[in-house]
Design a protein around this ligand. Sequence first.
Ligand SMILES: Cc1ncc(COP(=O)(O)O)c(C=O)c1O
Length: 408
Amino acid sequence: MEADDTVRGLSTSERIAQAERWAAHNYHPLPVVIESAEGAWVTDVDGRRYLDFLAAYSAVNFGHRHPALTAAAHAQLDRLTLTSRAFGSAPFGPFVEAVARLAGKQMVLPMNTGAEAVESAIKISRKWGYDVKGVPADAATIVVAHGNFHGRTTTIVSFSDDPVATTGFGPFTPGFRLVPYGDAAAIEAAIDETTVAVLLEPIQGEAGVIIPPPSYLPEVRAITAARNVLLIADEIQSGLGRTGATFACDLVGVVPDLYLLGKALGGGIVPVSAVVGDREVLGVLHPGEHGSTFGGNPVAAAVGTAVVDLLETGEMQQRAKTMGEVLDARLQRLVGNGVTAVRAVGLWAGVDIDPALGTARQVCERLMARGVLAKDTHGHTVRFAPPLIVTEAELDLALTAFEESLRG
Ligand SMILES: Cc1ncc(COP(=O)(O)O)c(C=O)c1O
């Protein structure tokens, strides 16, 4: 038997056992092993089909294997895959120009993962603080919000208030001030002459799709502008169509100094992230001060440019808005019937499960048995983030399955 056939012949439970045996246990996945996918659907190694209502935490916003995106990747794979930034590459310029245009900004720093974009923004805002604002050396502070999730590097978990993210991982990076999320006055009070930036998720994703009051971001924008502090919007999960707008900041008419993009920028194909801002801020970086071998690589650039092309038609944002209304209306009906709260914006919802019915994990397992994949967050919340190409019939299927799963 060919090695390939041996691999193909493994059952779901054998593959799960293999992963458990050989992979670090830093995730607790649902017991499903996916082999192929298209659009909003995935198929497991036993041929069972599921609707994907997580979309890789919004990295698959445009659906699995969107034809325009896979075509861009295939074409680039056949030409040039990597040069590093030591040389230019043909797709690089069009990519950074496209991302800057999408955000209405002047410059782009391409990286790979979301956490790298956040790390990069921390470095850039500190450098801006020293070079432009005049903060004394090594004194810079950044204001961040309770309940934040910006990634898992040592510096980023330094300002997490989730004990799972922090316990056992110190010592931590200093220079961060935590304030309650949704409270602009608390941000104002935390700012002093050392403050270089306020770093926020416009909507907190991992915390359970926490939507701040509509006045929050505009107030934070006004405060940061008045105090000469950068506003950094981490749109890695909220951005690129998910909320019905290109950026969640658009929903409240706010333009931050830096956008952090990731996840869907790579079209669900390759890791692509970026820090996007104006020359006055990103211009503080000089050769050698920051970098990444794979950042802005040709395949990433080709796919990222195709993602921007898709978003520039506005179709994805419109679909998120229209289908989001259907999702919200169906979910709101469940409040008081197994669900204690629903927070929804675009095609993104945090649904709090009545603890009497079980944990969110148990509800996700029941949902999986009915052919829908979603993931719990923080014990009692189920997060829905289907691909933006989901149809009304697919939404109906998934929500009917969810209603049944609440009953047991
Ligand atoms: C808002 C936000 N920022 C940053 C990250 C980190 O992205 P990555 O997992 O690609 O490092 C995430 C991931 O979930 C996120 O939701």
